[in-house]
Design a protein around this ligand. Structure first.
Ligand SMILES: O=C(O)CCC(=O)C(=O)O
Ligand SMILES: [Fe+2]
Length: 271
Protein backbone atom coordinates (compact mmCIF):
# COMPACT_ATOMS: atom_id res chain seq x y z
CA UNK A 1 0.00 0.00 0.00
CA UNK A 2 1.39 3.42 -0.96
CA UNK A 3 1.79 5.84 1.94
CA UNK A 4 -0.55 8.80 1.44
CA UNK A 5 2.32 11.23 1.97
CA UNK A 6 3.88 10.05 -1.29
CA UNK A 7 0.79 10.59 -3.40
CA UNK A 8 0.63 13.54 -5.78
CA UNK A 9 -1.53 16.47 -4.75
CA UNK A 10 -4.28 18.10 -6.79
CA UNK A 11 -2.04 20.97 -7.93
CA UNK A 12 0.43 18.48 -9.39
CA UNK A 13 -2.38 16.49 -11.01
CA UNK A 14 -3.80 19.69 -12.51
CA UNK A 15 -0.35 20.48 -13.91
CA UNK A 16 -0.19 17.01 -15.43
CA UNK A 17 -3.61 17.55 -17.02
CA UNK A 18 -2.58 20.93 -18.41
CA UNK A 19 1.05 20.28 -19.41
CA UNK A 20 0.98 16.53 -20.08
CA UNK A 21 3.95 15.84 -17.83
CA UNK A 22 5.45 16.21 -14.36
CA UNK A 23 9.11 16.43 -13.55
CA UNK A 24 10.93 15.18 -10.44
CA UNK A 25 14.53 16.32 -10.33
CA UNK A 26 17.15 14.10 -8.68
CA UNK A 27 14.52 11.87 -7.11
CA UNK A 28 16.46 8.63 -7.46
CA UNK A 29 19.51 8.26 -5.17
CA UNK A 30 22.96 8.08 -6.76
CA UNK A 31 23.79 4.43 -5.86
CA UNK A 32 20.59 3.35 -7.54
CA UNK A 33 21.34 5.49 -10.61
CA UNK A 34 24.73 3.85 -10.99
CA UNK A 35 23.33 0.35 -10.57
CA UNK A 36 20.41 1.06 -12.92
CA UNK A 37 22.75 2.44 -15.59
CA UNK A 38 24.86 -0.73 -15.38
CA UNK A 39 21.69 -2.80 -15.91
CA UNK A 40 20.64 -0.62 -18.83
CA UNK A 41 24.00 -1.21 -20.48
CA UNK A 42 23.21 -4.95 -20.44
CA UNK A 43 19.85 -4.34 -22.14
CA UNK A 44 17.28 -5.72 -19.66
CA UNK A 45 14.93 -8.16 -21.44
CA UNK A 46 11.40 -7.06 -22.20
CA UNK A 47 8.51 -8.60 -20.30
CA UNK A 48 5.32 -9.59 -22.12
CA UNK A 49 3.09 -6.54 -22.70
CA UNK A 50 0.20 -6.64 -20.25
CA UNK A 51 2.16 -8.34 -17.44
CA UNK A 52 1.33 -7.02 -13.95
CA UNK A 53 4.15 -4.56 -13.34
CA UNK A 54 4.78 -5.94 -9.84
CA UNK A 55 6.02 -9.18 -11.49
CA UNK A 56 8.58 -7.41 -13.68
CA UNK A 57 12.13 -6.88 -12.38
CA UNK A 58 11.82 -8.39 -8.86
CA UNK A 59 14.56 -7.55 -6.31
CA UNK A 60 17.51 -7.23 -6.49
CA UNK A 61 16.97 -5.50 -9.87
CA UNK A 62 18.08 -1.85 -9.53
CA UNK A 63 15.65 -0.77 -12.25
CA UNK A 64 12.87 -2.59 -10.38
CA UNK A 65 14.03 -1.04 -7.11
CA UNK A 66 13.90 2.49 -8.45
CA UNK A 67 10.31 2.04 -9.55
CA UNK A 68 9.60 0.52 -6.12
CA UNK A 69 10.88 3.66 -4.32
CA UNK A 70 7.95 4.87 -2.18
CA UNK A 71 8.06 8.30 -3.88
CA UNK A 72 7.90 6.71 -7.33
CA UNK A 73 5.11 4.33 -6.29
CA UNK A 74 3.22 7.40 -5.06
CA UNK A 75 3.49 8.98 -8.52
CA UNK A 76 2.49 5.75 -10.29
CA UNK A 77 -0.42 5.14 -7.95
CA UNK A 78 -1.74 8.70 -8.32
CA UNK A 79 -1.82 8.46 -12.12
CA UNK A 80 -2.56 4.82 -13.01
CA UNK A 81 -3.40 3.15 -9.68
CA UNK A 82 -1.51 0.83 -7.34
CA UNK A 83 -1.22 -2.19 -9.60
CA UNK A 84 -0.61 -1.11 -13.22
CA UNK A 85 0.38 -3.29 -16.16
CA UNK A 86 3.79 -3.23 -17.82
CA UNK A 87 3.31 -2.17 -21.43
CA UNK A 88 6.89 -1.92 -22.67
CA UNK A 89 10.20 -0.33 -21.88
CA UNK A 90 13.14 0.86 -23.95
CA UNK A 91 16.72 1.80 -23.25
CA UNK A 92 17.00 4.84 -25.52
CA UNK A 93 20.54 5.82 -26.37
CA UNK A 94 22.12 8.55 -28.47
CA UNK A 95 25.68 7.81 -29.43
CA UNK A 96 28.60 10.22 -28.84
CA UNK A 97 28.89 12.92 -31.50
CA UNK A 98 25.48 12.06 -32.98
CA UNK A 99 24.51 15.38 -34.56
CA UNK A 100 21.03 14.51 -35.75
CA UNK A 101 17.89 15.04 -33.72
CA UNK A 102 15.09 12.48 -33.81
CA UNK A 103 11.85 13.31 -35.60
CA UNK A 104 9.07 14.72 -33.46
CA UNK A 105 6.56 11.98 -32.65
CA UNK A 106 4.23 10.48 -30.08
CA UNK A 107 4.77 6.87 -28.99
CA UNK A 108 1.36 5.73 -30.02
CA UNK A 109 -1.14 5.14 -32.73
CA UNK A 110 -4.01 7.62 -32.63
CA UNK A 111 -5.33 6.87 -29.16
CA UNK A 112 -8.47 8.78 -28.25
CA UNK A 113 -9.06 7.31 -24.80
CA UNK A 114 -9.82 9.60 -21.90
CA UNK A 115 -8.15 6.89 -19.83
CA UNK A 116 -4.43 7.31 -20.28
CA UNK A 117 -1.18 5.40 -19.96
CA UNK A 118 1.90 6.97 -18.46
CA UNK A 119 5.46 6.89 -19.67
CA UNK A 120 8.38 7.41 -17.34
CA UNK A 121 11.52 8.99 -18.77
CA UNK A 122 14.35 8.19 -16.38
CA UNK A 123 17.75 9.86 -16.62
CA UNK A 124 20.34 7.79 -14.74
CA UNK A 125 23.24 10.18 -15.43
CA UNK A 126 23.57 13.97 -15.71
CA UNK A 127 22.13 15.19 -19.00
CA UNK A 128 23.40 18.66 -19.96
CA UNK A 129 21.98 20.39 -23.05
CA UNK A 130 24.91 19.34 -25.24
CA UNK A 131 23.90 15.73 -24.53
CA UNK A 132 20.40 16.45 -25.74
CA UNK A 133 17.84 15.86 -23.11
CA UNK A 134 14.66 14.46 -24.61
CA UNK A 135 12.69 17.38 -26.07
CA UNK A 136 9.03 17.52 -25.05
CA UNK A 137 6.21 19.84 -26.09
CA UNK A 138 4.15 20.87 -23.06
CA UNK A 139 0.43 20.79 -23.67
CA UNK A 140 0.62 18.56 -26.77
CA UNK A 141 -0.95 15.46 -25.24
CA UNK A 142 -4.52 16.23 -26.33
CA UNK A 143 -3.47 16.47 -30.01
CA UNK A 144 -3.61 12.77 -30.71
CA UNK A 145 -1.39 11.92 -33.62
CA UNK A 146 -0.04 8.73 -35.07
CA UNK A 147 3.67 8.36 -34.46
CA UNK A 148 5.68 10.66 -36.78
CA UNK A 149 2.71 12.53 -38.32
CA UNK A 150 4.29 15.73 -36.99
CA UNK A 151 7.82 14.95 -38.22
CA UNK A 152 7.82 17.84 -40.67
CA UNK A 153 8.13 20.27 -37.76
CA UNK A 154 11.59 21.16 -36.47
CA UNK A 155 11.01 23.38 -33.45
CA UNK A 156 7.99 24.59 -31.52
CA UNK A 157 7.49 27.68 -29.41
CA UNK A 158 7.57 26.45 -25.82
CA UNK A 159 9.39 23.16 -26.40
CA UNK A 160 11.46 22.04 -23.41
CA UNK A 161 14.61 19.91 -23.49
CA UNK A 162 14.85 17.77 -20.38
CA UNK A 163 18.22 18.99 -19.20
CA UNK A 164 18.72 17.45 -15.80
CA UNK A 165 20.88 15.89 -13.13
CA UNK A 166 21.21 12.14 -12.59
CA UNK A 167 18.19 10.58 -10.92
CA UNK A 168 15.60 12.75 -12.62
CA UNK A 169 12.27 11.22 -13.54
CA UNK A 170 9.72 12.77 -15.85
CA UNK A 171 6.31 11.20 -16.16
CA UNK A 172 4.31 11.97 -19.29
CA UNK A 173 0.84 11.34 -20.69
CA UNK A 174 0.99 8.81 -23.55
CA UNK A 175 -0.02 11.49 -26.06
CA UNK A 176 2.91 13.86 -25.43
CA UNK A 177 4.95 14.94 -28.47
CA UNK A 178 8.67 14.44 -28.00
CA UNK A 179 11.97 13.60 -29.70
CA UNK A 180 15.55 12.70 -28.84
CA UNK A 181 18.12 15.45 -29.34
CA UNK A 182 21.63 15.45 -30.82
CA UNK A 183 24.43 14.42 -28.48
CA UNK A 184 27.50 16.60 -28.98
CA UNK A 185 29.51 15.02 -26.15
CA UNK A 186 31.90 12.08 -26.39
CA UNK A 187 29.73 9.97 -24.04
CA UNK A 188 26.74 7.79 -24.93
CA UNK A 189 23.49 9.25 -23.59
CA UNK A 190 20.92 6.95 -21.94
CA UNK A 191 17.23 7.51 -21.26
CA UNK A 192 15.14 4.68 -19.86
CA UNK A 193 11.51 4.69 -20.87
CA UNK A 194 8.77 2.67 -19.20
CA UNK A 195 5.12 2.63 -20.19
CA UNK A 196 2.44 1.56 -17.70
CA UNK A 197 -1.29 0.97 -18.23
CA UNK A 198 -3.94 1.60 -15.57
CA UNK A 199 -5.97 -1.33 -14.21
CA UNK A 200 -8.45 0.74 -12.22
CA UNK A 201 -10.66 3.67 -13.09
CA UNK A 202 -8.47 6.79 -12.89
CA UNK A 203 -10.71 8.43 -10.32
CA UNK A 204 -9.30 10.51 -7.42
CA UNK A 205 -6.27 8.23 -7.02
CA UNK A 206 -4.13 11.07 -5.62
CA UNK A 207 -4.27 13.06 -2.37
CA UNK A 208 -7.29 15.28 -2.99
CA UNK A 209 -7.02 17.38 0.20
CA UNK A 210 -6.24 20.47 -1.89
CA UNK A 211 -8.88 19.82 -4.55
CA UNK A 212 -10.43 23.28 -4.13
CA UNK A 213 -7.11 25.16 -4.16
CA UNK A 214 -7.23 28.14 -6.53
CA UNK A 215 -4.01 26.93 -8.19
CA UNK A 216 -5.91 23.93 -9.61
CA UNK A 217 -8.28 26.01 -11.73
CA UNK A 218 -5.41 28.41 -12.55
CA UNK A 219 -3.41 25.52 -14.07
CA UNK A 220 -6.17 24.88 -16.60
CA UNK A 221 -5.78 28.41 -18.00
CA UNK A 222 -2.13 27.96 -19.01
CA UNK A 223 -1.11 29.01 -22.50
CA UNK A 224 1.81 27.02 -23.88
CA UNK A 225 2.10 29.39 -26.81
CA UNK A 226 2.51 27.07 -29.78
CA UNK A 227 -1.21 26.61 -30.45
CA UNK A 228 -2.09 30.31 -30.74
CA UNK A 229 -5.80 31.07 -30.39
CA UNK A 230 -6.53 27.40 -29.94
CA UNK A 231 -5.68 27.71 -26.25
CA UNK A 232 -9.45 27.85 -25.79
CA UNK A 233 -9.79 24.35 -27.22
CA UNK A 234 -7.11 23.15 -24.81
CA UNK A 235 -8.87 24.69 -21.80
CA UNK A 236 -11.95 22.67 -22.75
CA UNK A 237 -9.86 19.50 -23.14
CA UNK A 238 -8.37 20.01 -19.67
CA UNK A 239 -11.73 20.58 -18.03
CA UNK A 240 -13.04 17.36 -19.64
CA UNK A 241 -10.07 15.36 -18.34
CA UNK A 242 -10.40 16.92 -14.88
CA UNK A 243 -14.10 15.93 -14.79
CA UNK A 244 -13.06 12.39 -15.70
CA UNK A 245 -10.38 12.28 -12.99
CA UNK A 246 -12.47 13.81 -10.22
CA UNK A 247 -15.93 12.46 -11.12
CA UNK A 248 -17.22 16.03 -10.78
CA UNK A 249 -19.39 16.25 -13.89
CA UNK A 250 -20.23 19.89 -13.17
CA UNK A 251 -16.63 21.12 -12.94
CA UNK A 252 -15.85 24.20 -15.01
CA UNK A 253 -13.41 27.08 -14.66
CA UNK A 254 -15.74 29.65 -16.16
CA UNK A 255 -18.48 29.20 -18.73
CA UNK A 256 -16.51 26.83 -20.97
CA UNK A 257 -18.24 23.46 -20.97
CA UNK A 258 -21.38 25.06 -19.54
CA UNK A 259 -21.83 26.96 -22.81
CA UNK A 260 -21.11 23.92 -24.98
CA UNK A 261 -23.53 21.80 -22.99
CA UNK A 262 -26.35 24.27 -23.37
CA UNK A 263 -28.55 22.27 -25.78
CA UNK A 264 -32.08 23.40 -24.93
CA UNK A 265 -34.84 20.95 -25.89
CA UNK A 266 -37.83 22.85 -24.59
CA UNK A 267 -40.11 23.74 -27.54
CA UNK A 268 -42.06 26.93 -27.05
CA UNK A 269 -45.79 26.42 -27.45
CA UNK A 270 -47.64 28.98 -29.59
CA UNK A 271 -49.33 31.55 -27.35
O1 LIG B 1 15.95 9.03 -26.70
C1 LIG B 1 15.10 9.88 -26.43
O2 LIG B 1 15.33 10.88 -25.77
C2 LIG B 1 13.70 9.68 -26.94
C3 LIG B 1 13.56 8.47 -27.80
C4 LIG B 1 12.14 8.22 -28.19
O3 LIG B 1 11.26 8.95 -27.84
C5 LIG B 1 11.75 7.06 -29.01
O4 LIG B 1 12.63 6.45 -29.65
O5 LIG B 1 10.55 6.74 -29.04
FE1 LIG C 1 9.34 8.24 -28.35
Amino acid sequence: MVDRKHLLNSKQMASFVSDGYLRFDELVPMELNEAALAEMQKNPPRARAGTPFREVWPPPSAIGNLFRLPEVQGITCSLVGPDPLYDHHAVHTVGPGHRMGQMWHADAIIDLRMHFDIQYYYFAHDTPREMGGTMILPGSHFRRISETDIARYQNFLGQIPIVCKAGTLVVVHHGIWHCAQPNLTDQRRYMFKLRLNPTVRQLRLWNTDDLRDAAVAAAFGRNHGWYGNEVRLEIVNRIKLWRFLTGDEAFDTGYWLGRLENLPERVLQPA
